[in-house]
Each structure stands twice: as C-alpha cells, then as structure tokens.
Design a protein around this ligand. Structure first.
Ligand code: E4P
Length: 217
C-alpha cells in the first residue's frame, strides 16, 4: 500500500520524506489555511521534497473554473495531482482533465456509487473519507470494502486512496480491505512505528550488550 501524508506543512513533510516511506502527499484548503503561507510556494516546496503524487485542490465550483484552476496547478510541477470535489461539475472536470493527461484525485467520497461515478469519469484516485463516516456513526471501512469489490468487478484502474484517517487501526484495516493508498496525518504516521514491546525489547538487548563490554565499531 502506498503511504501518503495528509498535510500542507512543507517543513514537516520534508522531515518525513527522509524516512523513505512517503509515496505522496494530499493537501486540502483547510490544511493549507492551517499551515499558513503562500499556496503556490508551499506546493512548490512540497513537490521538491516528495517526488510522488501531490494533490492540490481546486476551489472553483463551476466546470470552467475547475478546468482553469486545475490546469494552472499542473504548471507548478509534474507531480501535481488535481483534486476535485465529488460533484457533477467536479466529475465533468475530472473527465476533461484526465483526457488532457492531467491526473485527478476525486475527493469527499462518502458512498460506493459516488466512487463508481468517479471511476467512470477516469479519476486516477478516489478519496473515500473514513474518519468522517465513523464520526457520524457509520462504518467507514465498509465503504473501502465496497469500492474495492466494485472496482475489481469491472477492472477499474482508479486507485483507492483511503482518506480522513484518524488512527493506526484505520491504516491497518484500510490495508486489509485492499486500499491502494492511505493518506495519513503526520502524528498517525509517526505512531505506526510504535510498539511497547519494541521499546522494551530494544532496551533489554542494549543492556545485555553493554554488559559484554564489546564494541562493533
Ligand atoms: C484527504 O485528501 C483529506 O485531505 C483528508 O484526509 C481529510 O481528513 P479529515 O477528515 O481529518 O479532515
């Protein structure tokens, strides 16, 4: 499964990129507002530190406006992916931009039939929002399973990008459900390394090694 980081904080993303585990980045208008700074400069900085797909979201809500914004965002770097909302205008813009060779990520997906439409519009990525469904008392992971089954039934190449991830368990379950990618907030990404038995096991190994009085280097 590809690991994307859900953030618009260029500095933090550069620090996470050195792990060698970051395959891409997703941003959205709320994350851009939270990070502060100039939108275009931020995107350029992110694209310079992460070579994989970097989603940048349009804010126009009409077809022509989405096309214009999407084309402009794509001039910033080759690895920009145009993020479009799952609306009739957004899917229409997705079809046109994909036909022109611009990869698109259709965002704010909350149902399997929405994901079916995005695949038919030729989207490179579909972003089902797990956490927001869970927040509302629904089962976000069931949506991933349904989309996986539908895409497999018809061999749709659209990649399932599990989004709105809140916990390490979400990452595990999205991987088990066959999501192609998961976009993970920085704090959740860092938590994936952690297990208390790793920490206590390492401490015991180092204590025993110190007792031997030997060195490797
Ligand atoms: C995905 O592309 C979105 O940026 C993101 O995952 C939304 O997550 P949230 O529900 O935590 O805002």
């Amino acid at each position: 499964m590809q690991i994307f980081i859900d953030s618009a904080d260029a500095k933090e993303l550069a620090a996470l990129a050195v792990t060698g585990l970051v395959d891409g980045v997703t941003t959205n208008p709320s994350l851009v507002a939270k990070a502060g700074g100039d939108f275009f400069e931020t995107l350029k900085a992110i694209c310079a530190s992460v070579s994989g797909p970097i989603s940048a979201e349009v804010v126009a809500q009409d077809y022509e406006g989405m096309l214009a914004e999407g084309r402009k965002l794509r001039t910033l770097a080759d690895n920009i992916v145009v993020k479009l909302p799952l609306t009739p205008e957004g899917l229409r813009a997705c079809k046109t931009l994909e036909d022109e060779g611009h990869p698109c990520n259709v965002t704010l997906c909350f149902s399997a039939v929405q994901a079916l439409l995005a695949a038919k519009a030729g989207a490179t990525f579909i972003s089902p929002f797990l956490g927001r469904l869970d927040d509302g008392g629904q089962d976000g992971m069931q949506l991933i399973r349904e989309i996986r089954a539908i895409y497999d039934n018809y061999d749709y190449p659209t990649l399932i990008l599990a989004a709105s991830i809140r916990t390490a368990a979400h990452v595990r379950d999205a991987a088990l459900a066959g999501a192609d990618c998961a976009t993970i907030p920085p704090a959740v990404f860092k938590s994936l390394y952690k297990h208390h038995l790793t920490d206590s096991g390492l401490a015991a190994f180092l204590k025993d090694w110190a007792a031997t009085g030997q060195k490797i280097l």
